[in-house]
Design a protein around this ligand. Structure first.
Ligand code: IMP
Ligand code: MG
Length: 182
């Protein structure tokens, strides 16, 4: 174990499993969007690793763009509203948009992003998520493609962080609760 892996209890999804799934997903997306002007949009920061791998597994022409959002903090209500802190550079009206997400947890972030982008009238709007944690869903979200469904554990690695660390781990791991400081 190297220092960056300190506190990781187990490997949930290995590098090889990730590679195989990304190839499969890239082929599927390439087929479905063949002949369409495809824009892959991802919400920073977590999804950037998945985006980088997935776009290289896509064999049709595509463009990419990024946005940053932050949740409006409210101590009593889990609000479904997000604030854009960095917007897209491209106008989605011209594109078939595919949102590329790292993990779908409560569903709040994604449902807000979907609403927001739909208002801008893309030619179509679909979602691919790397991970889905269905046990924690509070807002229902329609996801078109899911790479892996995981149990209700805190996943790190492959872009996902705990307190901004572990994003550089090349597999999906689960943190030892003793490594989590509340
Ligand atoms: P949601 O709005 O609750 O669906 O939260 C989605 C965001 O929460 C993701 O984009 C992640 O940044 C973060 N998140 C949720 N679950 C995990 C996890 O298991 N590990 C790391 N980040 C997570
Ligand atoms: Mg995060």
């Amino acid at each position: 174990m190297n220092k960056a892996e300190y506190g990781i209890k187990k490997v949930l999804i290995s590098e090889q499993e990730i590679k195989d799934k990304i190839s499969e997903m890239g082929a599927l997306i390439s087929k479905e969007y063949d002949g369409k002007k495809l824009l892959m949009v991802s919400v920073l920061k977590g999804a950037f690793v998945f985006m980088a791998d997935l776009m290289r597994a896509v064999t049709i022409p595509c463009e990419i763009d990024f946005m940053c959002v932050s949740s409006y903090q409210n101590s009593t209500v889990s609000s479904g509203t997000v604030k854009i802190t960095k917007d897209l550079n491209l106008d989605v009206k011209d594109y078939h948009v595919l949102i590329v997400e790292d993990i779908l947890d409560s569903g709040n972030t994604l449902s807000s992003v979907i609403k927001l982008l739909n208002h801008r009238n893309p030619k179509s709007l679909k979602v691919v998520t790397f991970l889905d944690k269905p046990d924690r869903r509070t807002t229902s979200v329609n996801v078109d493609y899911t790479c892996f469904t995981i149990p209700d554990e805190f996943a790190i690695g492959y872009g996902l962080d705990y307190a901004e660390k572990y994003r550089n781990i090349p597999y999906i791991g689960v943190l030892d609760p003793s490594a989590i400081e509340e």
